[in-house]
Ligand binder design. Structure first.
Ligand SMILES: Cc1cc2nc3c(=O)[nH]c(=O)nc-3n(C[C@H](O)[C@H](O)[C@H](O)COP(=O)(O)OP(=O)(O)OC[C@H]3O[C@@H](n4cnc5c(N)ncnc54)[C@H](O)[C@@H]3O)c2cc1C
Ligand code: SF4
Length: 464
């Protein structure tokens, strides 16, 4: 019976409407639709979906609650393992995690675990009084504030660690370099995919629960790691400073006006509100080229459209099969009119007399044998170069660790590209200093960063 119900689609803005506004694309489920989708779950005794979730959310249990109409109960179940369900429901790569393992996916479409998670979180937020009652028991167990802990960075990893330690009774201060907390959730992922009020809601709740936030506080400049541990009296430190240092391709013309790193481009739009009518310095290209094939590249391409570009090309040096972006984002981008140029790579940018980018010299590629990442290596096709007229280029070919913290703490052991080395509990080479998220793994995902924050919080709780 259950398999006859098809996977329920969420409502979405039409591609024509959404490609010109920054409002959220997906509108989520209405309650009846969520219950119908929840009814598709087989409530497996050995739920493979749970093993696919990096923080092991009790998926069948929360889905059962949705099916029964106990939406706040569903939210409470998710919150036992995941501090940011409204975020994860929107941005996790479910197709390679929970939904990728769902038994229904073998013959039909998997249960829409992410959409159901989002539904429960949004419902609990909209019905806050009921949500608070459900979570009251979790708060009642809290001990009195004890030792002081410093968290460096307020992205998903830092926030999760802070939340766990705060619940365990510690006195937690989060130091954030920017003027707004949230990490990539606020400065990277655009509003149309993750509305900022959702992130703010979670941060406000943390602040209301007693976590202190020190903004515009660049650790490594304002205080060193040792100063936090000694002079400032913090008993332990969790470093979750992310991997926000943009990489370029080191090709001619990258210094031309109109060539941005995706990090800078998205930060200007998200934090400096270049998307509103405000007078902002971001260049609104008519013909934009975005280089890369991940979520960051797609976010930049879709933002360029929303800023008014008539044509947006996505230049990706591999094929569609190797694209690391979430499937939904790729589908949305194509529907909105982004033109994917697979097996294409820029080799040079050419500018006009004023130093503004005018053209990209693009080379075609072909796939060779797999490289160390397991993906087939892209190889240039000799003589295939051609010019593409563009007036904005956004480079999204990866990021690495910002060296600031390491430079101020020479005894903090780092490895490949400056990422901090940790043991299986998140402990670094320095006593009482832990780290996790993108600053240890390199650019990864929200849920992995959260999982690392949770693990380190437990380890810190264990030593104090
Ligand atoms: C545009 C974009 C789109 C993405 N889309 C997705 C997606 O759809 N799904 C997904 O799962 N993942 C996505 N990711 C990846 C995901 O956002 C990251 O893996 C995740 O945010 C890492 O979390 P974090 O807490 O380790 O670091 P971050 O989120 O990077 O947070 C680090 C914080 O530390 C602060 N900081 C840095 N240095 C210092 C210092 N010296 N002192 C004080 N503070 C400091 C930074 O300002 C920042 O706020 C995306 C990333 C980007 C950039
Ligand atoms: S694997 Fe799929 S059907 Fe089974 S419990 Fe998980 S979501 Fe439900």
């Amino acid at each position: 019976m259950t398999e006859k119900i098809l996977r329920q689609k969420k409502q979405e803005q039409t591609p024509q409407a959404r490609s010109r506004n920054f409002e959220e694309v997906s509108l989520g489920y209405a309650p009846e639709r969520a219950r119908l989708e929840a009814g598709r779950c087989l409530q497996c005794k050995n739920p493979l979906c749970v093993s696919g979730c990096p923080v092991n959310v009790k998926i069948p249990q929360f889905i059962r609650k949705i099916k029964e109409g106990d939406f706040c109960g569903a939210y409470a179940v998710i919150r036992e393992d995941n501090y940011l369900p409204a975020v994860c429901g929107r941005v996790c790569p479910q197709e390679t995690q929970c939904e990728g393992r769902c038994i229904l996916g073998r013959k039909n479409e998997p249960v829409a675990v992410g959409d159901l998670e989002r539904f429960a979180a949004d419902w609990a937020a909209a019905n806050a009084a009921a949500g608070k009652r459900q979570l009251a028991s979790q708060r009642a167990a809290r001990a009195q504030p004890a030792a002081k802990i410093a968290v460096v960075g307020s992205g998903p990893s830092g926030l999760t660690c802070a939340a766990e330690l705060n619940t365990a009774g510690f006195d937690v201060t989060v130091f954030e370099a920017l003027h707004e907390p949230g990490g990539v959730l606020v400065y990277g992922i655009p509003e149309f995919r993750l509305p900022k009020n959702i992130v703010r809601r979670e941060i406000d709740a943390l602040a209301a629960a007693g976590v202190k936030f020190e903004l515009n506080a660049v650790i490594g400049k304002l205080f060193t790691v040792d100063e936090l541990l000694s002079g400032k009296g913090f008993a332990a430190l969790y470093i979750a400073s992310g991997a926000g240092f943009p990489l370029f391709m080191d090709i001619p013309g990258e210094d031309l006006n109109g060539v941005y790193s995706a990090n800078e481009y998205l930060t200007r739009i998200n934090l400096m509100k270049a998307c509103a009518d405000a007078d902002t310095p971001v260049l609104r290209g008519r013909r934009a080229a975005v280089v890369g094939g991940g979520n960051v590249a797609l976010d930049a391409a879709r933002s360029a459209l929303r800023l008014g570009a008539e044509k947006v090309y996505l230049l990706y040096r591999r094929s569609r099969a190797e694209m690391p972006a979430r499937c939904e984002e790729a589908r949305h981008a194509e529907e909105e009119g982004v033109e994917f140029l697979f097996l294409h790579n820029p080799v040079k940018y050419l500018g006009d007399a004023r130093g503004f980018v005018q053209k990209a010299l693009v080379q075609k590629m072909e796939l060779g044998a797999p490289d160390t990442s397991g993906r087939r290596r892209p190889l240039p096709v000799a003589g295939s170069e051609y010019e593409l007229a563009v007036d904005a280029v956004i480079v999204a070919v990866g990021t690495q660790a910002n060296p600031l913290i390491k430079d101020s703490a020479p005894d903090l052991e780092t490895g490949r590209s400056g990422y901090i080395i940790i043991d299986e509990n998140g402990k670094t080479s320095k006593n009482r200093v832990y780290a996790g998220g993108d600053i240890t793994s390199g650019a990864a995902t929200v849920i992995l960063a959260m999982g690392a924050g949770k693990k380190a919080a437990r380890a810190i709780g264990g030593i104090l």
